[in-house]
Design a protein around this ligand. Structure first.
Ligand code: NAP
Length: 487
């Protein structure tokens, strides 16, 4: 195999729309530039789908639905298993692709390849375990047969921060359940999804089951699809305001919905925590994906008895990180996705400083090419700072102290979001009590990362609904039908 270079990788990625098993240009021949956030330079261009292309993608998904639903579960399972193996073999290609279009360091992209592909292995195992029930009605006169059937064609809208995993955790269960799909990846990071579509075809996914449209006319293309009676489900990962708007649009057809929305994760360090363990957890919870994760720790609440030690050790680890283009050896912090992201982080930081916060380390955007922001720790961040309420989506860690458990829990729950919370304590009963009191879909105890394909990922409140992964993940793509049989 020839050596993998940036050029060879970019040249090898398909650039068209993938509709009905074939690659094609957009109907009007237009393209969208894909940028490298580490340099601000254009990497390549991909097709810019029109409204007619969007409709064609749903036509293909709708046409393939009944034969795909009738495909033996073992066949669907084998396709997923083969895809898992092929992605794993091609880890370096997928990792480089993500690093180039999204910016995260190569080591993190390799981590995402392992995490993202694991959804295919997991759902390969789930595909052959879909089952129903058989029971006798209480009056004894009829039998009740309960079966699970695929929901039908699904529209999948994914964000730019995890270009592979946010796709595989939707595509995996859809394939396993027998649903066809139209995938619309984020405009800023379409390449990984195009590479994945090609790979799925190579391992035998039939034409029409997966269709991918890249577009800059997102709203114009998605809304008619969401209002089309042939679509049966919408699964969306992205920001809460867009998610709410899509929920409104989907009311017309009463679509099944999975909404994986924004977060505002609290990170609680109790007085009896192992501080070194908490610092290691904080590094993961804050700096995974350059802070651009819905699961990113957004607010650090630290008991006053350990606050000085925690802040000092955490700041030392943050200051020791190496910022740069993710393809460079030794780089541990890549760029943010775009100039808007840098401006938002700067604005939130300035607001916190104006309200009395103090910089322990970092605090500045880097001048020059690319969208870099220093790993930053802030102390004495007041409750009214905007970053206590809003998603930072960048490498800034605000620390606030607390005295009592009740105070910590109350601050942690004081948000409309409810995706994930982290807590560090060596006291088992405190860990259980606090986990139960936190109004979140997921809680990490003494760990700074919760994502696991075998676990149900998802939130409550304004972080959305539905679960991805675990035994629950496939249920989102299945309908329950009951057949009553009179004897
Ligand atoms: P975003 O702006 O909401 O975009 C997400 C996706 O929605 C993109 O594909 C985007 O397309 C599309 N979109 C935008 N406007 C749309 C419209 N009017 N109709 C249909 N689709 C539309 O979010 P983002 O900035 O990419 O992602 C960051 C957000 O995602 C954060 O809030 C983060 O917390 C959340 N997130 C949540 C999870 C979770 O599992 N809960 C996981 C990862 C990220 P374009 O690219 O064309 O704009």
């Amino acid at each position: 195999m020839p050596a993998l270079t940036q050029k060879s990788l970019i040249d090898s990625v398909p650039k068209g729309l993938f509709i009905g098993g074939a690659w094609r240009d957009s109907a009007d021949g237009t393209t969208i530039a894909v940028e490298d956030p580490a340099t601000g330079r254009t990497l390549t261009e991909v097709a810019d789908a029109t409204v007619a292309d969007g409709r064609a993608a749903l036509d293909a998904a709708a046409a393939a639905q009944s034969s795909w639903a009738a495909t033996p579960p073992r066949d669907r399972s084998e396709i997923l298993r083969a895809a898992y193996e092929r992605i794993t073999e091609r880890t370096e290609e997928f990792a480089l692709c993500m690093t180039l279009e999204m910016g995260k360091p190569l080591a993190e992209s390799r981590g995402e390849v392992a995490y993202g592909s694991e959804f295919f292995r997991w759902f390969a195992e789930e595909a052959v375990r879909i089952s129903g029930r058989w029971s006798t009605a209480p009056n004894g006169a009829t039998r009740l047969m309960t079966m699970k059937q695929p929901v039908g064609p699904v529209l999948m809208i994914t964000p730019w921060n995890f270009p592979l995993a946010m796709g595989t955790r939707k595509i995996g269960p859809a394939i396993a359940a027998g649903c066809t799909m139209v995938v619309k990846p984020a405009t800023q990071t379409p390449l990984t999804m195009l590479l994945l579509a090609e790979l799925l075809t190579e391992v035998g996914l039939p034409a029409g089951v997966l269709n991918v449209i890249t577009t800059s006319h997102t709203q114009d293309i998605c809304e008619p699809l969401i209002r089309d009676p042939r679509l049966r489900k919408l699964t969306f990962t992205g920001s809460t305001p867009i998610g709410k708007m899509l929920v409104e649009q989907s009311a017309e057809q009463l679509l099944r919905l999975s909404m994986e929305l924004g977060g505002n994760a609290p990170f609680l360090v109790f007085g009896d925590a192992d501080v070194d363990k908490a610092v290691t957890g904080a590094m993961l919870a804050k700096m995974r994906n350059i802070g651009e994760a819905c699961t990113a720790a957004n607010r650090f609440y630290v008991h006053e008895s350990v606050a000085a030690e925690f802040s000092q050790k955490f700041a030392a680890r943050m200051a020791a990180m190496t910022m740069g283009k993710g393809t460079k050896k030794g780089v541990t912090v890549g760029p943010l996705i775009d100039a808007k992201a840098v401006a938002k982080v700067t604005e939130l930081l300035d607001d916190a400083l104006a309200k009395g916060a103090r910089v322990v380390t970092g605090g500045e955007a880097q001048k020059g090419a690319g969208y870099f922001f220093q790993p930053t720790v802030l102390a004495d961040v007041p409750k009214n700072a905007r970053m206590q309420k809003e998603e930072i989506f960048g490498p800034v860690a605000p620390i606030t102290t607390f005295r009592t458990d009740a105070e910590a829990i109350s601050m942690a729950n004081d948000t409309e979001f409810g995706l994930v919370a982290y807590l560090f304590t060596e006291n088992l009963s405190r860990a259980v009590r606090v986990s139960e009191a936190l109004e979140y879909g997921m809680v990490g105890v003494n760990q700074g990362i919760v994502s696991n394909p075998a676990a149900p990922f998802g939130g409550v409140k304004h972080s959305g609904y539905g679960r991805e992964g675990g035994a629950e993940g496939i249920e989102e793509y299945l309908e329950t039908k009951y057949v009553g049989i009179a004897l």
